[in-house]
Design a protein around this ligand. Structure first.
Ligand code: NDP
Length: 311
């Protein structure tokens, strides 16, 4: 047994696939899937998604925690992890999968598909004349790995795209806005809004009643980032009143979304169970292995998370 082991924890990811993918990159890595972790003192690296409270406190020699995903909000809030380095996954498979979801959700609204879904249920032929994609203004909040790729693809498809981020971006075909004023401009100018910012101290309830009211009447809303970015009660009210006409929600303040929750009963809401994107071990393992190599050499891992910034 080596004294340089990795512990794997996830209730949803496939540990055998990760074991194989990492073995191809780092044949000497001692991979231990929870609960078979052996001597906790051997553990130097963790590859984990949402482990239970106190999980990391058992590992006195832990140096690197790689989050099995892009959103690190749950990780940076923990109190069992203070001195280690955090890194997030960067995975072309995850980017492609997220882009496909966003393209689906935006196109569904741009092509009035929910109108036809409802007409079909009534058994009626309802014609809506299609609009040119260039006439349809899409806002993307967050232009990082995932948001940037989605915005670029939507622009390449012909949508008129405006993005919003902390710092200004240059993405072909995408207007870039920043700051509170920029946010208000994107909200007021988007008939379809896609939320792709991380959940941090600065972005909790980024979209409350006031912000949602800035959106054009009848706007559509897509949230693939985190539920708590939006004041869910305010969103429900706006959806009931028709101020926001439709929403596609993959993430919620409480997951799984509880039975009987008001969102379940809204006919204008499409709900998916936090599956917009996942990590693909064969594509993400290279970066995980490279971060471990770097930490072994005393260097910073790839895609290091700044806990103070929160992403
Ligand atoms: P990144 O960290 O790469 O990018 C985050 C973006 O948000 C950046 O453009 C950043 O600005 C911007 N941002 C952060 N804070 C603020 C702020 N206060 N004001 C304005 N802009 C801000 O994240 P990803 O693109 O990889 O992922 C986005 C989120 O998607 C994740 O955090 C996660 O929550 C969610 N996710 C959801 C999944 C699902 O299946 N539903 C799967 C994977 C991720 P700047 O560029 O200037 O730093």
């Amino acid at each position: 047994m080596s004294r340089d082991a990795l512990v794997f924890y996830s209730a949803v990811d496939d540990s055998a696939a990760w074991r194989a993918a990492l073995a191809a990159e780092l044949p000497d890595l001692d991979f231990r899937a929870d609960p078979d972790i052996g001597d906790p003192a051997d553990i130097r690296y963790a590859l984990a998604w949402a482990p239970p409270a106190g999980f990391f406190a058992r590992f006195p020699n832990l140096q690197l925690v790689t989050n099995l995903g892009a959103g690190v909000d749950a990780l940076v809030r923990r109190d069992d992890l203070v001195p280690v380095k955090f890194s997030r996954l960067s995975d072309p498979g995850m980017v492609a999968m997220m882009t496909s979801y966003v393209v689906f959700a935006v196109t569904r609204y741009a092509r009035d598909i929910p109108v036809f879904e409802r007409a079909k249920r009534r058994g009626e032929w309802e014609y809506v004349h299609p609009r040119a994609l260039s006439e349809i203004r899409v806002g993307v909040l967050g232009l990082g790995e995932l948001g940037g790729a989605a915005a670029r693809t939507l622009a390449a498809m012909g949508f008129t795209v405006t993005g919003w981020s902390r710092t200004s971006k240059r993405i072909e075909g995408v207007a870039s806005l920043t700051g509170r004023e920029g946010l208000e401009q994107v909200l007021a100018g988007s008939e379809i809004l896609v939320c792709m910012v991380p959940l941090t101290g600065d972005t909790h309830h980024l979209l409350g009643a006031r912000e949602l009211a800035l959106m054009p009447r009848g706007a559509k809303f897509v949230n693939v980032a985190r539920g708590a970015l939006v004041d869910e009660a305010a969103l429900i009210e706006a959806l009931r009143a028709g101020r926001i006409a439709e929403a596609t929600l993959d993430v919620f303040e409480t997951e799984p979304l509880p039975a009987g929750h008001a969102l379940w009963s809204l006919d204008n809401v499409l709900i998916t169970p936090h599956m917009a994107s996942i990590t693909v071990p064969a594509l993400a393992a290279r970066d995980v292995a490279e971060s471990i190599r770097r930490v072994r050499q005393g260097l910073a891992p790839l895609h290091e998370v700044d806990p103070a910034r929160g992403y």
